[in-house]
Design a protein around this ligand. Structure first.
Ligand SMILES: Cc1cc2nc3c(=O)[nH]c(=O)nc-3n(C[C@H](O)[C@H](O)[C@H](O)COP(=O)(O)OP(=O)(O)OC[C@H]3O[C@@H](n4cnc5c(N)ncnc54)[C@H](O)[C@@H]3O)c2cc1C
Length: 341
């Protein structure tokens, strides 16, 4: 493999009915940052999107940082198929020879990337949280990919010196998307797919949408999160959340004990959140939990143990019983709201 013939940064774009997935837009932003940090490579940022998205969605990719958008185009590609997507992307990688290929670590991305890496005979660093070019050599395109290891107790940096592309999946919510800039210049290339390539041994009979009222805690401005210390009293958190327009989330211990659904779990194996305010109630502050919320703007912790690690990372720490403190806080807010002007 002549790795010098590989160039550019490719990003796999996930989308659902023309709505671009935030995690892919975050990768676009990160790719632009990488490109600008090593302009001497002359790399472009190339967004790859399968299916038949509308023009607006394609343009948004350009406005958000892509120099080129490649649309592998066919109506039937709107539903994800592991086999078909792998075949088409493998083909693209063989013809285009990208040096770097980034995939969001969403459910779809986690399914696609390992199979694609195996098909292309390259390595995959999964679930990365940080990317940078070789800090020792300003002409190198070798990617240093950092990811949590050993249950989040250590961070490992992985390099792929011998195979291309350098493929990695990146956790949603860790990188920053660029704002829309309609003055950016970009090209859109549609590559039509021959129907025989799309033949699939799996037939999708029905796609059931998730409850449209379901809340995505990753987008919440205020989160009240409960841990084992809350026990079966999550209603106390919900009452306060209703009062201040917050969403309720939980630690893995709370999820394991069945107090709250897994989709509201914050942390390494849950969601990464970045709210303006994160109120941690009865949560000890294990590294795996902190990994999912430490980028919150303002952290308030309530814990009866003054030595709980969570206090080391919080802006305000309240030592005491959450079941006494939180109802008082709710009551105070209610009184404030109801006061006569
Ligand atoms: C590979 C791996 C992945 C993991 N992923 C995640 C993850 O994504 N998210 C996650 O959260 N964890 C994760 N964990 C688990 C993590 O290590 C901790 O076990 C978990 O975060 C602990 O949850 P907790 O803080 O609610 O419970 P505990 O650690 O048991 O803490 C409970 C806290 O509540 C306090 N408390 C008790 N009663 C009260 C009260 N009445 N008032 C106030 N405070 C009270 C206690 O002082 C204590 O600090 C993972 C672990 C591994 C190994």
């Amino acid at each position: 493999m002549n790795i010098k013939s590989y160039r550019d940064i490719y990003i796999f774009i996930e989308h659902h009915e023309d709505k671009l997935h935030d995690a892919s837009l975050e990768l676009l932003g990160e790719a632009v940052r990488l490109k600008e940090n090593r302009t001497n490579l002359g790399y472009s940022v190339i967004a790859v999107i399968l299916g038949a998205p509308g023009e607006e969605a394609l343009k948004e990719l350009g406005y958000r940082g892509a120099d080129q958008i490649i649309n592998i185009h066919h109506e039937s590609l709107h539903s994800y198929s592991t086999e078909v997507y792998t075949t088409l992307l493998d083909e693209l990688i063989r013809t285009d020879k990208p040096d770097i290929f980034l995939v969001p670590a969403t459910v779809l991305g986690r399914d696609l990337a390992p199979r694609l890496a195996a098909r292309c005979d390259t390595g995959l660093t999964a679930d990365a949280t940080k990317l940078e070019f070789d800090p020792e050599d300003e002409h190198s395109s070798l990617l240093y990919v950092t990811r949590p290891a050993f249950g989040g107790n250590l961070f490992g940096t992985i390099i792929n010196e011998t195979k291309r592309p350098q493929m990695t999946t990146i956790r949603p919510g860790v990188m920053d998307a660029l704002p829309i800039d309609e003055h950016r210049l970009f090209t859109i290339e549609k590559r039509e797919v021959q129907p025989e390539t799309i033949r699939d041994s799996v037939r999708i009979l029905e796609v059931l949408p998730k409850d449209h009222m379901a809340i995505d805690i990753a987008k919440a401005d205020i989160i009240i999160s409960g841990g084992r210390g809350v026990g079966n009293n999550f209603h106390v958190l919900r009452e306060c959340a209703d009062m201040i327009g917050a969403e309720v989330a939980g630690s893995r211990a709370a999820v394991d004990e069945g107090r709250i659904d897994k989709e509201f779990q914050v942390g390494q194996t849950g969601k990464t959140v970045k709210p303006k305010v994160y109120i941690a109630c009865g949560i000890s502050g294990a590294v795996q939990h902190m990994a999912g919320m430490e980028k919150s703007d303002y952290i308030i912790a309530i814990n009866k143990d003054p030595d709980a690690p969570i206090f080391g990372s919080s802006n305000i720490g309240l030592v005491g019983d959450v079941l006494e403190i939180l109802p008082l806080l709710t009551q105070e807010i209610r009184s404030y709201r109801e006061r006569p002007f």
